[in-house]
Design a protein around this ligand. Structure first.
Ligand code: NAP
Ligand code: MG
Length: 495
């Protein structure tokens, strides 16, 4: 049985790889520098990881460029790239317990999530783009007689992917799967907080047949990501993370070589429950899951719950009850639904917002740190009731287990509140009235709108990304391929 003892024992037996993966081989940083990777579970050190600086970034980009120009990957038939990516996906599956454990150890996520969500999601993403790529066709537009024209897609070249710590492998796969399927060479920079799973899968890529130089992974910190954003030989940088860093990347792209920039940034998503919602119990359970899953460290978390005033007395007690399911437990206990906050710095940041919330709003539940394992940082799921929709806790992304509930009277008011932040990643509307649903889905400024559910079908068939300052471009779906390809018009005189 895969119980806590099983995972703890397996953790002891794990061999952790901290070296960078450049040009088909694991390597130390050029200057030998390393940084410590710690487990949020108990605050204990896990591994020393290569701290890649400019020299390593140069090497990785040069290897990616060489492999791209040599055509060892970009020049393959799409069906041959597909075969290699499918083999890589199968290797990830064979190693999925090890990788899920690595992900839980490095990020503090519950093992039930990494085995049931992160790993299957990563494998599915890789397979989805592998399966797609040999079914992509160009266009033959109408021309005047005597001409023949085609519109075709070509890979960009060297794609840099810079990703965050909340879904380390999955967010990486959302970038590298379409980029590689399209024929690009990739340099991936995972967060310094969670580098281990990305480093591990690089070796599996080579084993699957991804040629040397095509998939490189650099351990490092913000400076490593920054060097990629400034690099003159990177054609595109695909980023998931905070707005502040997204802005820096956009500036650096502009001042270097105008590389293409794709940004998936934060959110402060509104979950609106109308009085005519058919199942208030379901709405309450879903609202709790929408914010407390993954300890609230989800860009599309339903961090603002807007409740029509006339049902507040019924919905709020149900919400408080539903929240009890999200008390953190030992992340390696398969029964734990939530785990640790990523690190002390993030924990302190969330605690500051909770302190602010005590001034700006009414605390309904939680608000306290918990001692679960060693020096790990754990927090009670926390709920505030705010009167002022422009309060800081109601408008700023907290990225932790903190829900802000607000009451409204009319649909128009709820939509105005929902659209009042700088973000536009996701939103939801609960109602049994078709007109209300249509009005809301049209007017909510968000890349994803859920109706009578939340967080459902975040899968490969639906584009994912934001309106407004939540970013540009979309991950997932066939639309994502457009981020990593150039369109070419070819016009031939035939007459
Ligand atoms: P972050 O601080 O912006 O970091 C994201 C990545 O960028 C990390 O790999 C980071 O490296 C790197 N980085 C830091 N400074 C950089 C710079 N100046 N230039 C280039 N790269 C740099 O974000 P985070 O704290 O990891 O993640 C939380 C944020 O991500 C939240 O705002 C959340 O909403 C957002 N997010 C968005 C989505 C989405 O799809 N829209 C999904 C998940 C998360 P180090 O970590 O090593 O410093
Ligand atoms: Mg870590």
């Amino acid at each position: 049985m895969k119980d806590t003892t099983y995972w703890l024992q397996k953790a002891k037996d794990l061999r952790l790889e901290g070296r960078a993966f450049i040009d088909g081989a694991y390597a130390h940083a050029d200057d030998g520098a390393t940084f410590g990777s710690y487990s949020p579970i108990d605050g204990e050190p896990l591994a020393q990881v290569a701290l890649c600086a400019s020299a390593d970034v140069d090497k990785a980009v040069a290897a990616a460029r060489r492999s791209f120009e040599a055509g060892v990957w970009s020049g393959l038939a799409a069906r041959d790239r597909k075969a290699v990516l499918l083999k890589w996906a199968s290797l990830l599956e064979t190693h999925s317990d090890e990788l899920a454990l690595l992900e839980s150890l490095d990020s503090g996520k519950p093992i039930a999530d990494t085995t049931g969500g992160d790993l299957p999601g990563t494998i599915y993403c890789l397979r989805w783009f592998a399966e797609l790529i040999d079914k992509v066709h160009g266009e033959v537009p109408a021309t005047e007689p005597g001409f023949f024209g085609t519109v075709t897609c070509q890979p960009l070249g060297v794609v840099a992917a810079v990703v965050p710590w909340n879904y380390p492998l999955l967010m990486a796969a959302w970038k590298f799967a379409p980029a590689l399927a399209a024929g690009n060479s990739v340099v991936l920079k995972p967060s310094e907080k969670t580098p281990l799973s990305a480093l591990r899968i690089a070796g599996l890529a080579l084993e699957a047949g991804v040629p040397a130089g095509v998939f490189n992974v650099l351990g490092g910190d913000g400076a490593t990501g920054r060097a990629l954003s400034l690099h003159g030989d990177v054609d595109c940088i695909a980023f998931t993370g905070s707005g502040a860093v997204g802005r820096d990347i956009a500036r650096n792209a502009a001042t270097s070589n105008l590389k293409r920039v794709w940004l998936e940034l934060g959110g402060k998503s509104a979950n609106i429950v109308m009085a005519d919602c058919a199942d208030i119990g379901q709405a309450a359970r879903s609202a709790a899951a929408a914010i407390f899953a993954n300890m609230g460290q989800v860009c599309s978390a339903g961090s603002r719950l807007l409740v029509q005033r006339s049902i507040a007395d019924r919905l709020i007690p149900l919400l408080l009850d539903a929240t009890d399911a999200y008390q953190p437990g030992h992340p390696l206990d398969p029964d734990s639904v939530t785990g640790a906050i990523i690190d002390r710095a993030q924990f302190e940041r969330v605690c500051q917002y909770i302190a602010l919330g005590r001034q700006e709003a009414q605390l309904l539940k939680g608000g306290n740190p918990l001692s679960v394992v060693g020096e790990g940082a754990y927090l009670e799921p926390t709920i505030f009731l705010a009167e002022d929709a422009s309060a800081r806790i109601a408008t700023e992304e907290i990225f932790g287990p903190v829900l802000v509930v607000m009451l409204f009277d009319t649909l128009e008011e709820s939509i105005a509140i929902a659209n009042s932040t700088e973000y536009g990643l996701a939103a939801a509307i609960w109602s049994s009235d078709l007109k209300t649903i249509h009005t809301a889905t049209r007017q909510l400024k968000a890349g994803t709108v859920w109706v009578n559910c939340y967080d459902e079908l975040v899968d490969m068939n639906f584009p994912f990304g934001g309106f407004k300052e939540s970013g540009n471009g979309r991950d997932n779906s066939a639309h994502a391929l457009g981020k990593y390809t150039e369109l070419k018009s070819t016009i031939t005189r035939c007459g």
